[in-house]
Ligand binder design. Structure first.
Ligand code: PLP
Length: 392
């Protein structure tokens, strides 16, 4: 590893908190940008060479960083970035990223900022269509402003419905002077559960039909896209001119074979802050929930549920790694700390503890507590220092 570059990247990250520049963090989320780029290239290799890549960096790149991943992806030449709201888009623009950014839930009251920061809205209602067009008109731009249209094909979250489509297109045609459709897309509800595959094909068929009406209504080129990560893996026949890659970039997918090809991008790490010997049957932690039937060696780690170490992982539900050995959580995870059983592990205060990483994966962790890796990534709190690594 090129340590110089790694320190430099860590410093870029610390610019956000200049006052504590010198602080060395015990609890960190390490992000391997080389592996991230390899995952990106893997997914790119799965689609047609002409299919554009949109990468979802919403929720601060699934909790991994503010703009660092967007910067890295821009260097890699991704076609689009996708964020949830205007604020997320602005953070990325302020970091100097010029790649087109699609905003999925644009706040109508901030449409002016949308234009100021050159962000592209997703429009899914006639109301927002007219509001946005008048903002463009007010702005006095010379050419029509690009927009993305979301249509509902069965998920019933956001999107123009089939019933409203004719009216929507009619409105859109009347606003051609101000708006230009860059893409039409829809979202599949369950690309990762084979039980719903026939529904997925049904959604795809409806998408083909509804999106075609936009292509017929306008003479210029309009991109179409439907697939997320598991869609790219399992329904690649629908990759159209663009796909929207999310969780796969961050090293996770639902399909075993593809998962085995992905590289681990993030590892959540901390250090042992305290070691003690505890007699058998002594209570450990809040509400005396931890009790071991043998004389034990217990390590305290400075990471709790306020850091994103979900409390449901308490009492042996999860095992962290200490010097490559598994150590079970003992007792209840508290807000800022947790205890782990290191009775049979040679270790010292200051030794690194991996809460999740290459060997104890975030997917396994999610399964233990009946949730999904997406949630566990995005609940890692801002208090955990993100450190980006990159070798040449
Ligand atoms: C988040 C999101 C994606 C990416 O989904 P992954 O499962 O993370 O690949 C794609 N499209 C839309 C509309 C999304 O909201």
């Amino acid at each position: 590893m090129n340590t110089n570059l790694c320190v430099e990247l860590a410093l870029i990250n610390q610019k956000t908190t200049p006052l504590i520049k010198k602080l060395v963090y015990d609890t960190t989320l390490e992000i391997d940008l080389n592996n991230l780029v390899e995952n990106y290239r893997y997914f790119k290799s799965l689609v047609k060479p002409s299919t554009k890549m949109m990468v979802m960096v919403k929720a601060f790149s699934y909790g991994l960083g503010t703009y660092e991943i967007a910067q890295e992806l821009e260097k890699e030449g991704v076609n689009y970035l996708g964020v949830a709201n205007i604020m997320e888009g602005i953070e990325i623009r302020k970091a100097g990223v010029n790649t087109p950014i699609m905003v999925m839930n644009p706040e109508a009251k901030s449409f002016d900022l949308m234009i100021e920061y050159n962000l592209t809205p997703v429009i899914f209602s006639i109301k927002n269509l007219t509001l946005f067009a008048s903002e463009v008109e007010k702005n006095g731009s010379q050419k029509p402003y690009p927009i993305h249209i979301k249509i509902d094909t069965g998920m019933h979250r956001l999107g123009v419905s089939e019933q409203n489509l004719a009216l929507f297109i009619e409105q859109l045609k009347s606003l051609e002077e101000f708006l230009k459709v860059e893409s039409v897309f829809s979202h599949l509800a369950s690309t990762d559960e084979p039980d719903h595959d026939s529904f997925t094909h049904q959604q795809a068929a409806l998408f083909e039909q509804l999106s075609s009406r936009f292509l017929e209504a306008f003479s210029y080129n309009i991109d179409r896209h439907l697939l997320n990560t598991n869609g790219i893996i399992r329904f690649n026949q629908y990759n159209y001119n663009m796909v929207r890659l999310g969780i796969g970039l961050y090293g996770v997918c639902a399909e075993e074979e593809a998962q085995s090809k992905l590289k681990t991008v993030s590892s959540l790490k901390t250090k042992i802050s305290h070691l003690q010997n505890v007699a058998e049957n002594e209570p450990i932690g809040y509400n005396r929930k931890g009790k071991l039937a043998y004389p034990s060696k217990i390590a305290t780690i400075p990471m709790g549920y306020a850091d994103g170490f979900n409390r449901l992982l308490s009492n042996g539900k999860w095992e962290v790694l200490v010097n490559n050995k598994k150590a079970a959580v003992v007792g209840n995870i508290s807000m800022d700390m947790a205890m782990i059983d290191v009775t049979n592990i040679a270790c010292e205060e200051g030794d690194v503890v991996t809460v999740f990483g290459k060997q104890n994966t975030i997917s396994a962790m999610a399964k233990k507590i009946n949730t999904i890796p997406y949630e566990l990534f995005t609940i890692i709190s801002p208090r955990v220092k993100r450190i980006f690594y990159k070798t040449n």
